[in-house]
Design a binder for this molecule. Structure first.
Ligand code: ATP
Length: 345
């Protein structure tokens, strides 16, 4: 049966006048890839440090596998933290780095080496055991840090912006690898990131943090397609909100609505939809951004407000799309893609 790996109850943490965590309740399941996503200063790192035991909560409780660990030291908790800077020992070889935790636990040498090699194989670094960290690339160092975390088979792996130091291409590769690794080893992974794409790509579920609280918890699709607050709608994905007068005119009811850019089609101004399930508005293209595989159009609506529409460049080139600047267009979307976003009272 699926158990609860981590349970946070009314967790609060203040540093003097600053409230870093303002009351967080959440449950992370065994074997889940869970991300804590939010902008800088939203409290996600502090929550991770509270789970690891590097900080003590001002209020509330941390449970690991049903046990209250709030008062326990980091080494008494069955978790391992991977930091952004990897924190490898420069004077030790890769193998010694990976085996270090086992040496501390007095695991016999032969077993230590066998398990270190196994962990290095898991992160696709077999054959690198004798090198020093200085002689590895950023991506390889990151993998050593992962192997070092996995070797002790913790119940939970905490990852604090683990891909932050890598360049974009490597980061994208590592996202896929990290997810595959997590599936393979079956350990609960908790990732802290400010990168929405990273969270959407890898996670089973995401908690979106804002000002020390969780604004929404859900699967990537739930968070992206059904944002629970205007903050989530704008932080995850491109902000594309209709509100005020524009909402009243276009949607026909007051409120705040979100339409994702890729759900919007750009048509000639004169195009009239015959499909009753479609909705739309006319406007003028204010800006065109050519992205290579797609083009982003910023359209000022006649009824007020601005929407971004994303179109795949199936047959268009950068010259074609540039001609759109200033053009009159009709934006169209399926009604079900225009979702109401609850606004806080
Ligand atoms: P980042 O991605 O920048 O680390 P974050 O969402 O992880 O941001 P936290 O690092 O948890 O946010 O910080 C939340 C708030 O608590 C911030 O205002 C931060 O300045 C403050 N804070 C965190 N740690 C400390 C500390 N040790 N002493 C004082 N203030 C702190």
């Amino acid at each position: 049966m699926e158990g609860i790996a981590i349970r946070l109850l009314n967790l609060r943490k203040s540093f003097g006048e600053t409230t870093a965590v303002a009351g967080v309740d959440l449950e992370i399941r065994d074997g889940e890839f869970f991300s804590m996503l939010g902008p800088s200063g939203s409290g996600k790192t502090t929550v991770l440090r509270l789970v690891a035991g590097f900080e003590t909560p001002t209020e509330g409780r941390v449970e690991l596998a049903g046990q209250d660990v709030t008062g326990l030291a980091p080494f008494e908790r069955d978790v391992h933290t991977v930091f952004q800077d990897y924190a490898l020992f420069p004077h030790m070889t890769v193998e010694q780095n990976v085996a270090y935790a086992l040496r501390v636990r007095k695991v016999p040498k032969a077993e230590r080496l066998a398990r270190a090699r196994e962990a290095l194989t898991e992160v696709r670094l077999e054959g690198y055991g004798a090198r020093r960290p200085a002689h590895l690339s950023g991506g390889q160092r990151q993998r050593v840090a992962l192997a070092r975390a996995l070797v002790g088979r913790p119940r939970v792996l905490l990852l604090d912006e683990p891909l932050g130091a890598l360049d974009l291409k490597l980061r994208e590769e590592m996202q896929v690898e990290l997810k595959a690794l997590q599936r393979e080893v079956g350990i609960t992974f908790v990732l802290v990131t400010h990168d929405q794409e990273e969270a959407l790509t890898m996670s089973d579920r995401i908690a979106v943090f804002h000002r020390g609280r969780v604004e929404q918890i859900g699967t990537p699709a739930e968070i992206y397609e059904r944002p629970a607050t205007p903050f989530v709608a704008s932080f995850v994905g491109t902000s594309n909100l209709l509100d005020g007068e524009a909402a009243r005119r276009i949607v026909g009811a007051p409120g705040t609505y979100s339409v994702r850019p890729e759900k919007i089609r750009i048509l000639k101004e004169s195009a009239e939809s015959t499909e009753p399930e479609n909705s739309g508005a006319t406007g003028t293209v204010a800006e065109v951004v050519y992205l290579g595989d797609a083009t982003r159009f910023l359209v000022d609506l006649d009824g007020g407000g601005r929407l971004t529409a994303l179109q795949q460049n199936l047959e268009t080139s950068s010259e074609d799309v540039a001609a759109y600047r200033g053009a009159r267009v009709r934006l169209q979307w399926h009604r079900r893609h225009c979702v109401a976003v609850p606004t806080p009272d």
